[in-house]
Design a protein around this ligand. Structure first.
Ligand SMILES: NCc1[nH]cc(CCC(=O)O)c1CC(=O)O
Length: 281
């Protein structure tokens, strides 16, 4: 039996995720590090830049499975591929680093994030804050904050957990508008449809996580959202919640429903398309 080749990006977070997947699948598994366009030039581009090279390696047979942060996976997968498994979800919410709670962040503080969704949510809740672009992987951002580039950071709790750095974070942002990105905290294992590796990956699957991810991805596709769209969606405990907002915090929608279809309808009825059009005329 030859080893199952798991393709992964080479960042510390990606490797932590791939090692977790290797442990869950068990047996003879080998990690194959793949450099994506996103790793080479972090400044621009969309999700396909992170995921595209892994999808190509999957399709050309140089790997058997691709491991991703589900929130980095675009709404449409490469044809002929599937999300074969999603291990049990980690913490889905964002956290503040540098202050324990949003209410304690001083007026006008500099908050670092490059995600439009986080900017939209922060300014919806606290219009006084100065949201600053901050780039780089999780370690780089933590170092930049420690060096005084910003006062506070917003990061995914799951990423900090996986890097063993959750202790540096404050409280979760989980009230009101703070709905995380679709798939946040979920690892997606992508395979060629019908391949033997897809069946092997299924050993690592957690059914309710998979159902939640499917629901969240349904909403993203219904809104034609991508990683440049300030959209949050979280399915949990039979409820699906969604947020769509302008990055300056001046206009936002938050709805909840009992299915992905109903949530997408509710957001669309409330004006999500007009809102997204105001964003990208
Ligand atoms: N955009 C980068 C990225 N992709 C996934 C995570 C966190 C881990 C996860 O959501 O599973 C992060 C870092 C962050 O947003 O703080």
């Amino acid at each position: 039996m030859t080893a199952l080749r798991l393709g992964t990006r080479g960042s510390a977070l990606a490797l932590a995720q791939a090692n977790e997947v290797a442990r869950l699948i068990g047996g003879d598994v080998e990690l194959v590090k793949i450099t994506t366009a996103g790793d080479v030039d972090r400044a621009r581009g969309d999700k396909s830049r992170w995921v595209g090279a892994l999808e190509s390696a999957l399709l050309d047979g140089s790997i058997d499975l691709a491991v991703h942060s589900a929130k980095d996976v675009p709404g449409e997968l490469a044809p002929g591929t599937v999300i074969a498994a999603t291990p049990r979800r980690a913490e889905p919410f964002d956290v503040l680093v540098g202050e324990n709670a949003l209410a304690s962040v001083r007026e006008g503080a500099r908050v670092g994030t490059s995600a439009l969704r986080r900017r939209a949510q922060l300014l919806a809740a606290r219009p006084d804050l100065e949201v600053c672009e901050i780039r780089g992987n999780v370690d780089t951002r933590l170092a930049k904050r420690a060096g005084g580039e910003v006062d506070v950071l917003v990061l995914a709790a799951a990423g900090l957990d996986r890097l063993g750095r959750r202790g540096e974070a404050g409280a979760l942002l989980h009230d009101g508008v703070f709905i995380p990105a679709a798939g946040q905290g979920v690892i997606a294992i992508q395979a060629r449809a019908g391949s033997p590796a897809a069946s092997e990956a299924a050993r690592a699957d957690h059914a309710s996580t998979h159902a939640a991810l499917d629901a969240e991805r349904h909403v993203v596709r219904a809104l034609e959202a991508n990683c440049h769209t300030p959209v949050g969606v979280l399915a949990s405990g039979g409820v699906v919640r969604g947020f769509v907002g302008l990055p300056d915090g001046s206009w936002w929608l938050a709805e909840e429903a009992t299915s992905a279809e109903e949530l997408a309808d509710a957001l669309l009825r409330a004006g999500a398309i007009e809102l997204l059009r105001a964003l990208a005329p």
